[in-house]
Design a protein around this ligand. Structure first.
Ligand code: ADP
Ligand code: MG
Length: 704
């Protein structure tokens, strides 16, 4: 559930009272005791206002029609009752009704002498509501709710609640909260924008989402096309966008580091380069150098498909920073990848006389202290590690550049905390997530983007094939052919053990099967639950030793580089998203040998899965694949949004709501042009909202 913080500023006395009602704990509402409030607190619902802003996830319609409810109404006249003894010696109160389609039962387990007998009158007509089951071959409802005739056709909201809190109690509490608190909720969007899109004001919108009243409203809310819902989509995107654009403005004014890009030094780097850069790599580097040479802080995103060679770009930029006397952080999303970078970096930087070290979760406490000490005294130039690194309050002597590889994106706060520490390092982000450019500019409007749209020379497109699992032997033959040429193979499985109900083939079990089939080969098993040291050893055996096949879960998904591997076999391929499949396929084809990606699917898969597999067969280019993905999917988890660090959105879906995103972007740009300090009366509401979102400190955005 989502909870909003509305801009509640001090007002007159009435307003003060109202404010205090909204900010009161949920226990201020009848029916919500301390037990329930603990449960609600786990759902991040703490105050009356939180309750008001926690919307139903669906609705039920109390209707005689077959509306798509879990629960239904059975209607009929009451004929009489009897008690049934259960085998355990308890009694059940069984009431018999005669409806249009025959008899039905209503059953109560814990009845008492007044309920339900005293409220049921023989011959009267009743509407009984609940989950319909069978009892003695007859339709029946246990513990039905008796519906008043006047309430037929009414709509009720359904909320996700902690166990122990009943829906009816919660609904009553909410009703009180709404009755007393709704009128005190302050608008969060300027009127001129509400008018422009004919969006309801916040109070009406909140009310409609809780109480849509008509089936038409329910349908359009669930379709996300109702203006009451759309207004919240718009609002969510609006504040995301305005922060991005204000940030951009701020960053443009932050004094960063002005690096000297020394030509002679670049020649020196050139000497130790293992290969020649591609034109696209060179272009990105030039863009990076231009940023570094400029006093303005660099905020650049390098987008390049898997295997396009982003690592070397990061290393060269790091070398230049180190040569200027600054320290560099390189952050990788996984320990596996951090260690791989470290191994490559050691080779690369050794010849440049630059000191590199590795800081991950599995570094011993003692070594961590030593490394920290060296960092603060400036003895280490480049530190490579996982994200924990920057959270672990490491002090730097002279931090100048932060490079984040894959996945992670600096939030406003992390950047701010570095700036507060007196550092204004340049920031370079690397991603393989091929978000179409327009979308990238919208989501990363505060970043400059470089694109590596070319693979190293001589790369041969990967051959992708799909097999039903009953034909897996055909795939094995291809693997065998490759292994006989002294190449290596990845076997990927979605899960690590069979505890999952879906009974997916598990890596551990399959490992035994693979060993049996390829009995004259060396097979290793890698999974997420192994210790870092074991993982390191295994990957090393696979990369440099005599291991032929690496059976693995998706630990290898991001970034692992073993050029001799030419074939990747993916089991239960239909279980993976397109972005994951593409990342996995990127593990092969990393030199100039023909590579193969073999997708094994269950014998029966959905048409959506079929289309995804087909897209993998049709496209090897990540950008094309992302576009295909866009077309395939309505909503849900967008291609790579998880990796790209798109913030959690509650209302909005960046694919479904692309039109609203465009509107938002246009509106925000105009606002910034016209009133970048947000001082115009009509924009006060925006400023207030930002203040409350950022704890009254918007100075960071250069406003207030
Ligand atoms: P990614 O962009 O996926 O991070 P990497 O940086 O891991 O890709 O590079 C993929 C592979 O291609 C590595 O083995 C790397 O050494 C190699 N490589 C990168 N750039 C070039 C180049 N210009 N010429 C030849 N090989 C290259
Ligand atoms: Mg990489």
């Amino acid at each position: 559930m989502n909870t909003y913080n509305n801009g509640l500023s001090n007002g007159n006395k009435d307003h003060q009272a109202a404010v205090s009602f909204l900010t009161q704990p949920v226990t201020a509402l009848v029916g919500i005791g301390s037990k329930s409030s603990e449960g609600l607190s786990r759902l991040k619902i703490n105050t009356v206002k939180d309750i008001i802003f926690s919307f139903p996830y669906r609705y039920e319609v109390i209707s005689l029609d077959t509306y798509d409810n879990e629960r239904k109404i059975l209607a009929g006249s009451y004929e009489g009752s009897s008690l049934i003894k259960t085998r355990k010696g308890k009694s059940i109160f069984k009431a018999v009704f005669k409806g249009n389609n025959g008899y039905f039962f209503c059953l109560w387990l814990n009845y008492n002498h007044t309920y339900p007998s005293s409220i049921l009158h023989q011959g009267s007509y009743y509407y009984m509501y609940g989950s319909v089951t069978q009892y003695d071959g007859v339709m029946a409802i246990f513990h039905p709710e008796i519906i008043n005739k006047n309430d037929l056709g009414s709509v009720r909201p359904i909320y996700s609640l902690p166990s122990g809190l009943s829906m009816s109690v919660y609904r009553k509490a909410l009703k009180i909260a709404i009755n007393k608190g709704l009128k005190q909720i302050r608008e969060t969007l300027p009127n001129y924008l509400l008018d422009k899109y004919k969006y309801p004001n916040i109070q009406d919108a909140v009310y409609t989402l809780h109480y849509p009243e008509t089936i038409q409203n329910v349908t359009s809310i669930m379709n996300r096309t109702h203006t009451a819902y759309e207004r919240f989509i718009y609002e969510e995107l609006f504040y995301m966008q305005i922060v991005i654009q204000l940030n951009r403005k701020t960053y443009n004014n932050i004094k960063g580091i002005k690096y000297d890009i020394d030509k002679d030094y670049l020649l020196q780097i050139n000497e130790v380069m293992p290969f020649k850069l591609t034109a696209a790599q060179r272009k990105s580097l030039i863009e990076i150098f231009n940023d570094m040479a400029n006093v303005k802080q660099m905020n650049r995103l390098v987008q390049g498909d898997v295997g396009s060679g982003k690592t070397i770009i990061a290393f060269i930029a790091a070398a230049v920073a180190a040569h200027n006397g600054y320290q560099v952080i390189i952050i990788a999303p996984t320990e596996v990848l951090a260690e791989q970078h470290y191994i490559n970096a050691e080779k690369f930087f050794r010849n440049l006389n630059i000191k590199v070290d590795l800081l991950t979760g599995s570094v011993t406490k003692k070594n961590k202290e030593i490394i920290k000490e060296k960092l603060s005294s400036g003895l280490i130039n480049i530190i490579i590690g996982t994200h924990a690194l920057i959270e672990d309050n490491v002090e730097f002597q002279k931090l100048g550049l932060i490079i984040t590889d894959e996945q992670h994106r600096f939030g406003v706060h992390q950047r701010k905390s570095l700036i507060d520490k007196g550092h204004t390092p340049d920031i370079l982000l690397m991603t393989a997530t091929p978000i179409p450019r327009t979308l990238a500019m919208t989501l990363y409007g505060d970043l400059d983007v470089s694109i590596i749209d070319e693979l190293p020379p001589g790369r041969i497109p990967c051959i992708t094939k799909a097999y039903k699992s009953k034909n897996i032997n055909k795939a094995y033959e291809i693997v065998n052919d490759e292994l006989n040429k002294k190449r290596k193979a990845y076997f990927i499985y979605p899960l690590i053990d069979e505890s999952d109900k879906l009974e997916l083939k598990a890596a551990t079990q399959s490992y035994e099967e693979v060993k049996k089939y390829f009995h004259n080969k060396n097979v290793g098993l890698l999974h997420g639950k192994m210790k870092a040291e074991e993982k390191r050893q295994l990957l090393n055996d696979f990369k440099n030793g005599n291991m032929d096949i690496l059976v693995s879960t998706t630990v290898v998904e991001v970034g692992v580089d073993v050029p001799e591997a030419t074939v990747i076999l993916i089991e239960n391929a239909e279980r993976f998203g397109l972005s994951q499949l593409h990342q996995l396929r990127g593990r092969v084809g990393r030199n100039n040998m023909q590579s193969y990606c073999l997708l094994i699917t269950s014998d029966n898969i959905s048409s959506y899965s079929k289309e995804r597999i087909q897209a993998m067969l049709d496209y090897t280019d990540g950008f094309k694949l992302a576009e295909a993905d866009l077309k395939l999917r309505g909503q849900g988890d967008f291609f790579g949004t998880k990796q790209s660090g798109v913030p959690n959105l509650y209302f909005a879906d960046i694919i479904r709501d692309i039109k609203i995103i465009k509107n938002v972007k246009y509106d925000v740009e105009n606002i910034i042009v016209e009133d970048e300090e947000l001082i115009l009366e009509k924009n006060m509401v925006i400023k207030e909202r930002l203040m409350s979102m950022y704890n009254n400190s918007t100075s960071y955005f250069g406003i207030g």
